[in-house]
Design a protein around this ligand. Structure first.
Ligand SMILES: Cc1cc2nc3c(=O)[nH]c(=O)nc-3n(C[C@H](O)[C@H](O)[C@H](O)COP(=O)(O)OP(=O)(O)OC[C@H]3O[C@@H](n4cnc5c(N)ncnc54)[C@H](O)[C@@H]3O)c2cc1C
Length: 511
């Protein structure tokens, strides 16, 4: 964790792979490669999942709307992954039913039925029920003129926790994960890469050698290539911003809505963190620093307008409690509408004869990260002439080694009867079986230590510092958890002071 050895202090080992970027793709490749026996170093300039991978719509989905662009291969691949991921991470990924209100002037019923038939059958579906037509009664939260609709299955993911658990799996296979550590230079020295990393907290620089380089810098992929690695990107890239807003829960029930809009786009309304609804997304071509991406007033108005056209309850800008924006790096030229740009990924391999190889990751979806990582690792093993066998399809992520969330919740309740229900549910969905590790030795609520507000106690804070690379309150409040929605500013300030000392102790222990 940010503990780079300074150049000259002690010799660094030569790693097989240096991965730049701690989003889902970088961490996915780190896990797969480390599990196949490659030595891996991953550097992330900020926190794990600080960029696109915590700012998604949080769906593990085939992408119903991609069928309109005839992207059957992508949809089939993503639907197959949906089954695998539901099985491998049942704590942070769960089934989600979607309701699609019928708007005959936008898409005729036969078209939607055909699309849903394909969606049900493009890949083997074991875990989820198929689609069906719906009559919407007087208890529907939608406007009274919307009386028909359709229902189909997809899945929801805690995107930021997916990244951190993947990083934990990588680390458990020996990968070294350095957060707050930027790659500021990389050049080929024959069949090796020599990279300079900078610890963003101390300014300390270190030099590292590796046999291969992976550029998984997401929306920074082209900039990193041009200004830091001084190589050409072989594929055109398009940056497209997407934003979301969070409001108080709009309706009871665990289902989501997919709303059609006049501009051919769709907007999701998704139950979020029990008490809220998540609304998104937009597609806006983007230039500038991806870290500075934020929702614009026009995007907020657009999202609220689509919701207000469908729901009885009318929202105003003052109802927005939180918003976030992310930047997709799409392997696509800049022609056509942003929403039509393909969400599939490309692995760009660069290896001049006799020189060390580099793989750049362009595009992709969270849903297909495991497949992307598998293909990238196959290529790495081929390039480095190492024998290898894919292994991640059947590998549970840390905490995901259980079959049924209800049984896990009942088991946890039996062992920790003093744990309040809301906290037990949150632990179940965040940590799965790792809850035992978090609560080791605890016999009562008092053993969780200091209370910071909402249901956050010192025990969890320390666990996240020690096991999940948490260094700043924002890492904890907006990525490892979403308690940022619930803690008051004064409580955050107390937490900040507490963490400041604890993270320094932890760094001292590991330096
Ligand atoms: C609005 C929106 C909604 C989406 N919804 C979905 C969805 O519902 N389902 C789905 O499957 N997909 C969705 N996606 C797509 C998905 O989020 C992305 O495909 C995925 O997160 C990309 O991950 P990544 O690892 O490539 O990039 P990122 O998560 O952006 O990670 C790249 C990392 O590289 C780091 N980095 C950059 N430069 C350096 C450097 N020099 N040194 C060290 N580190 C560096 C960055 O800090 C960053 O953390 C959505 C995307 C957006 C924008």
């Amino acid at each position: 964790m940010g503990d780079v050895t300074a150049a000259g202090q002690q010799p660094e080992p030569i790693h097989d792979v240096l991965i730049i970027g701690g989003g889902i793709n970088g961490c996915g490749i780190a896990m797969d490669a480390a599990g196949r026996g490659l030595t891996v170093l991953l550097c992330e300039q900020d926190d794990l999942a600080c960029a696109t991978s915590s700012r998604s719509s949080k769906l593990i989905h085939g992408g119903l709307r991609y069928l309109e662009f005839f992207q059957f291969r992508l949809v089939g691949k993503a639907l197959a992954e949906r089954e695998i991921l539901l099985h491998n991470a049942p704590h942070i990924i769960r089934p989600l039913r979607f309701r699609l209100p019928h708007q005959p002037h936008l898409r005729p019923a036969w078209m939607i039925r055909s699309g849903l038939f394909l969606y049900d059958h493009l890949a083997r579906r074991k875990a989820l029920p198929g689609s069906r037509s719906l009559r919407l009664g007087p208890d529907s939260p939608l406007k009274p003129h919307i009386v028909r609709g359709f229902e189909y299955s997809d899945a929801w993911v805690d995107d930021a926790r997916l990244v951190v658990l993947t990083a934990r799996a990588a680390a458990s296979h020996g990968a070294r994960i350095l957060t707050r550590t930027a790659c500021i230079g990389a050049e080929r020295r024959g069949d090796l890469w020599q990279a300079t990393l900078e610890d963003r907290r101390t300014g300390r620089r270190s030099t590292h050698l590796s046999r291969a380089l992976v550029n998984a810098a997401g929306p920074w992929v082209a900039e990193l290539q041009q200004s830091t690695i001084h190589c050409q990107v072989h594929h055109p890239l398009r940056l497209v911003k997407g934003s979301h807003v969070v409001v108080r829960r709009l309706y009871p029930g665990e289902h989501a809505y997919i709303l059609q809009n006049e501009d051919d786009r769709i907007v999701f309304v998704i139950p979020f963190e029990n008490d809220y609804s998540l609304i998104g997304t937009t597609d806006v071509d983007y230039q500038g620093d991806p870290a500075a991406a934020a929702i614009s007033p026009q995007e907020t108005r657009y999202l609220l307008r689509v919701v207000n056209a469908h729901f009885r309850q009318q929202l105003q800008e003052t109802d927005v409690l939180w918003s976030y924006a992310g930047v997709r790096a799409l392997a696509d030229d800049a022609h056509g509408k942003a929403q039509a740009a393909s969400r599939d990924y490309t692995l760009d391999v660069d290896q001049p004869p006799g020189q060390a190889p580099m793989i750049s990751v362009l595009g992709g979806k969270i849903t297909t990260y495991r497949r992307l990582a598998e293909e990238a690792t196959d290529q790495l093993c081929g390039l480095l002439q190492r024998p290898s066998r894919p292994w991640t399809a059947g590998a549970a992520l840390p905490g995901g080694d259980f079959a049924d969330p209800a049984t896990l919740a009942a088991d946890l309740h039996k062992l920790y009867p003093w744990l309040p229900d809301t906290l037990l549910r949150r632990f179940c969905h965040s940590y799965g079986t790792l809850t035992h590790e978090l609560l080791e030795g605890c016999r009562s609520l008092d053993d969780l230590g200091r209370h910071f507000g909402a249901d956050l106690y010192a025990r969890e804070v320390l666990y996240l510092i020690q096991r999940e690379w948490v260094l700043e309150p924002e890492d904890l409040l907006w990525r490892r958890t979403k308690l940022g929605l619930r803690l008051r500013p004064a409580e955050v300030s107390v937490l900040r002071d507490y963490m400041d000392i604890r993270t320094r102790w932890h760094a001292a222990d590991h330096s």
